[in-house]
Design a protein around this ligand. Structure first.
Ligand code: GDP
Length: 316
């Protein structure tokens, strides 16, 4: 199931709280064709808040993947809060563009600005989704102007100032380039993502390198590292070297025992995954954020973004 790199899009979704990020991803999932018609989409798909509170930490971005035609779109949730500074940057470094969701009545809000600033700094292309156009008080045209003003305030580059705008009702399940359309499907948003956000780059023939950007934990598997394959191919049972700032010298070899890609809301076990994909892997004891998993052939670390203490997130 591993995709050719040209058929992958890795995007982060940015929004102020309540502007409809969850509903939008839910709608993209429903329309992505990966669900059989008799299979109900779990309600509130991205909101696994209860589990997180139980675990005592609310951090990390959640990954979803939707298929549109032959293309797989990995969608990564971005925390909007300033306390997640390092986390936001790590998420943004995994992706090649962002979808900015803005409420058609409220317009840009503080969290919109906080994360957008970081995305613009990374020169990411942006697809703007003005959401909730069905609201009776919606004022999409003014919101477009407000978003453009924000772009200018944040020193957006020319391409970013030229970002496509899509007008949507995530709740209603439609999107359009026309601010006044009130029906249809999400196709215009899928198309804007595919056409405006580039495929990842990297060399499939180079020795494997993946950067661990998130850690998850499972009772059965222990620590799970999530990150993007920047070069080459990872395979189950491959011997790899784990590099980080603490063991740049040692180069201990370990084996990947399980490898997953994201599909819909799930992790799907795969035998191999190639460049551009975002994967989860287990079998590496003590795997850490910032680790580079690489082929022993060419053990070179990738640059990573340090994070502030995750304890910052404990009081959410
Ligand atoms: P999030 O915090 O960004 O994930 O926002 P949610 O997806 O949870 O949405 C926040 C609220 O806005 C919920 O009550 C949604 O039902 C509502 N909402 C989301 N999308 C739309 C929309 O397109 N139109 C309207 N009218 N309400 C929406």
């Amino acid at each position: 199931m591993s995709q050719n790199i040209e058929n992958i899009r890795n995007v982060a979704i940015i929004a102020h709280v309540d502007h409809g990020k969850t509903t939008l991803v839910d709608q993209l999932l429903r329309q992505s064709g990966i669900f059989r018609s008799n299979q109900e989409v779990q309600e509130r798909v991205m909101d696994s808040g209860d589990i997180e509170r139980e675990r005592g930490i609310t951090i990390l971005s959640k990954n979803t993947a939707v298929n549109y035609g032959d293309t797989k779109i990995n969608i990564i949730d971005t925390p909007g809060h300033a306390d997640f500074g390092g986390e936001v940057e790590r998420v943004l470094k995994m992706v090649d563009g962002v979808v900015l969701v803005v409420d058609a009545f409220e317009g840009p809000m503080p969290q919109t600005k906080f994360v957008l600033r970081k995305a613009l700094e990374l020169n990411h292309p942006v697809v703007v989704c003005v959401n909730k156009v069905d609201r009776p008080e919606a004022r999409p045209d003014e919101v477009v102007d407000e978003v453009l003003e924000l772009f200018m305030e944040l020193d957006a580059n020319e391409d970013q100032l030229d970002s496509p705008f899509v007008f949507a009702s995530a709740r209603g399940g439609y999107a359009s380039e026309d601010a006044n359309a009130r029906e249809g499907d999400m196709k215009p948003l899928f198309e804007a993502i595919i056409n405006h956000i580039p495929a990842p780059t990297g060399d499939v023939h180079a020795p494997a390198q993946a950067l661990i950007s998130t850690i998850d934990y499972s009772e059965y598997l222990g620590r799970i590292g999530i990150g993007k394959i920047e070069n080459g191919v990872l395979r189950v049972n491959d011997e790899v070297v784990v590099l980080n700032m603490h063991n740049a010298e040692t180069q201990k070899k370990v084996r990947i025992t399980k490898l997953y890609e994201f599909q819909g809301l799930q992790r799907v076990e795969v035998k191999e995954a190639s460049v551009g994909n975002i994967v989860a892997l287990s079998g590496i004891e003590n795997i850490m954020i910032g680790d580079t998993i690489c082929s022993p052939e060419k053990p070179e670390p990738l640059p990573f973004v340090k994070i502030s203490e995750p304890t910052l997130a404990m009081n959410f």
